[in-house]
Write a protein that binds this ligand. Structure first.
Ligand SMILES: [Zn+2]
Ligand SMILES: [Zn+2]
Length: 361
């Protein structure tokens, strides 16, 4: 008995000390995730989708046509270009397969119904670029579908990289007033540097907007490229595939470079969105890997700026690797995607934690 009472507090102290020193092994995660946006999303059209929770095949609900337009816009409901988009409010077979495709792409339960998880994902703020979707017949019998990065149709990339540099510029007329230009420039400089660290391409800012390869600006509503923005949340930004170079951010968002000073519930992290959109500029389409930068949705007040293995594999398959890039450094920062513990010291400390826990309990 004496021994039991003597070593237990000591072990508890060792355990707590070890744990506190090693919290970095299990870093806090800021997943893109989902959230019930009923009170957070002022996007009226998307908010109406809450009315469809639990709807399934055969339902006839006013406004399903809007959801069909949404699914069509983001690549889940294909109709020939010459057919008018006169969607009905009937939940028919075609719409059910669109829902199933959507659920597969986002790793949701394939119920074919508008269950709460599916509607929540649909309402999450996201990028305006269409998703690259496999048809249901491609994988309906294959439960081991590989989820990873994707490219635009034809796999376009920047081809004239003899000098390995792309220039970028900010529009003089389409910026926002409440974040200084220097802060915007700094956020983009960091975003570009994450991609240039893994591929042999450099990015340089130029003042000459008209000749820049990549043109960046904040735009409101219909701004002339056929992809109108929709106000607060909903679609946050979009960018075009190579070698177009246009990168547009929805001016209506509450953009933030620091959540400590930006208290809004609907604040969106500029650097996270910039990093994602640069991926499109370079030729990556959306990934179905939730942790990846190229995953289509991002919750408000979430910072997600580190490239994941999926992003790196995708972009390096297009451009090759930066000679200075080493996967080991990426893996160190990619611990959040799995229990990957590489250094022997960390293995030892983990082992110690488990031994102490075992002795305590
Ligand atoms: Zn996107
Ligand atoms: Zn645009």
């Amino acid at each position: 008995m004496f021994q039991f009472f003597s070593y237990k507090p000591l072990l508890l102290i060792i355990f707590l000390l070890t744990l506190s020193l090693n919290l970095h092994l299990f870093p806090a995660r800021t997943l893109p995730g989902t959230f019930i946006s009923g009170d957070l999303s002022p996007n009226a059209t998307w908010n109406n989708f809450l009315n469809f929770i639990d709807a399934g095949k055969g339902a006839n609900l006013t406004g399903i046509s809007e959801l069909k337009t949404y699914f069509h816009r983001f690549g889940y409901l294909q109709i020939p270009d010459n057919v008018a988009k006169n969607f009905t409010d009937v939940f028919d077979d075609t719409f059910e397969s669109a829902v199933l495709n959507y659920q597969r792409n986002f790793g949701l339960s394939t119920t074919g119904k508008l269950d709460a998880d599916t509607v929540t994902q649909i309402m999450s703020p996201r990028c305006g670029v269409s998703d690259t979707v496999k048809s249901s017949t491609d994988n309906s019998n294959n439960i081991h579908v590989t989820k990873h990065y994707a490219y635009f149709y034809g796999e376009p990339r920047w081809g004239r990289l003899a000098h390995d540099t792309l220039t970028y510029a900010f529009s003089g007329n389409h910026m926002i007033g409440y974040i200084s230009l220097s802060e915007v420039r700094e956020a983009f400089r960091r975003s570009f540097s994450r991609w240039s660290a893994v591929i042999p391409v450099n990015f340089t800012e130029t003042d000459d907007y008209s000749s820049a390869d990549i043109k960046i600006g904040f735009y409101k509503g219909d701004h002339g490229d056929g992809e109108p923005f929709d106000g607060v949340l909903g679609v946050l930004a979009h960018a075009f595939s190579p070698e177009n170079g246009r990168l547009h951010l929805d001016e209506a968002e509450t953009w933030a470079v620091d959540f400590k000073s930006s208290k809004s519930k609907v604040a969106v992290d500029l650097e996270s969105v910039a990093t994602h959109e640069i991926g499109h500029i370079l030729g990556l389409a959306h990934s179905s890997v939730k942790d990846a930068i190229m995953y289509p949705s991002l919750s408000p007040r979430t910072k997600k700026v580190d490239l994941k293995v999926d992003d790196v594999e995708g972009i390096q398959a297009l451009y090759g690797s930066n000679p200075n890039f080493h996967y080991s450094s990426l893996m160190e920062s990619d611990l959040s995607s799995g229990w990957v513990i590489k250094s022997p010291l960390k293995w030892l400390t983990c082992l110690l934690i488990f031994v102490v826990v075992g002795l305590l309990f």
